[in-house]
Design a protein. Structure first.
Length: 265
């Protein structure tokens, strides 16, 4: 697993951003670089499919399996969301044919902290802290790092297994992956906000919660599943959505440093 691209988050804003995508992650090309977006309703049940490249925050709901998938043995795991692309889509350009696709985690900063993953227990105000401090030894993982390849028509539809290891606790986990596709520059980092809770034991329960979360985003009742009110998860998603995009935050930081250098001359 490769860990690359350190970036910084500045200016945590108030909760005004749009909700994250309940969708697969769309992979396209633009100007020789991988770009990500949302691929929604691929089954066409709600009039889709729908594709757009303006989504940079994605939600994931882990399962607490009775029998973890071998050989990984994750405490929590899920193969949703997946990654999707097809030739001739209305957004972006096609990916190269027969190209390997890999995923890596980016180290990033919130406040004075820097880590590959962050954790919040879901109580009180949203407060993401480094996973390496809050749960030493616990890792956000996926496998394998090189998880798929486009076919001869530049298409891909693949679902790598994401997981948490080593006695992970219930709560919300935040990571920022980067996608690599052979022949293209790596994608910009994007955000994945993951919910882990011991009541979510199978796909049926997870899908029930995902439907409840979508309804809650649209003004419906609080998302209570298995006796747990998961409204705190949407608070976490909104918090992440209000963080400046990684590339934007980095440019702002660089601009500020250049101003400082100029003033000192």
């Amino acid at each position: 697993m490769r860990f690359t691209k350190v970036f910084f988050l500045t200016g945590l804003a108030c909760l005004t951003a749009d909700a994250a995508a309940h969708s697969d992650i769309l992979l396209r090309a633009d100007g020789g670089q991988v770009v990500v977006g949302a691929a929604e309703d691929l089954s066409g049940e709600e009039g889709g499919p729908f594709y757009h490249l303006d989504e940079k925050v994605f939600e994931g709901v882990f399962l607490n399996p009775t029998m973890p998938t071998p050989p990984f043995g994750y405490d929590f795991e899920r193969t949703e969301p997946g990654f999707f692309s097809a030739p001739g889509l209305p957004e972006g350009d096609d990916l190269p044919a027969n190209a390997d696709i890999a995923l890596s985690l980016s180290s990033f900063s919130i406040g004075a902290a820097n880590d590959l993953a962050y954790y919040w227990d879901g109580t009180g105000e949203v407060d993401f802290q480094p996973l390496s401090i809050t749960q030493p030894g616990v890792n956000f993982a996926f496998g394998p790092a090189s998880f798929a390849s486009t076919d001869a028509n530049s298409a891909v539809d693949d679902h790598p297994l994401f997981g948490l290891t080593s006695g992970a606790a219930d709560g919300v986990y935040l990571v920022s992956p980067v996608v690599s596709v052979a022949g293209l520059a790596d994608s910009d980092p994007f955000y994945m906000v993951w919910l882990a809770n011991s009541v979510l034991v199978d796909d049926v329960t997870a899908e029930e919660l995902e439907g409840a979360l979508e309804a809650y985003e649209e003004g419906g009742p609080e998302p209570i599943v298995g006796g747990v009110n998961f409204a705190f998860f949407e608070e976490a998603v909104e918090y992440v959505g209000a963080i400046p995009e990684p590339s934007t935050a980095l440019l702002a930081m660089l601009a500020a440093s250049l101003v400082g250098v100029t003033r000192r001359r």
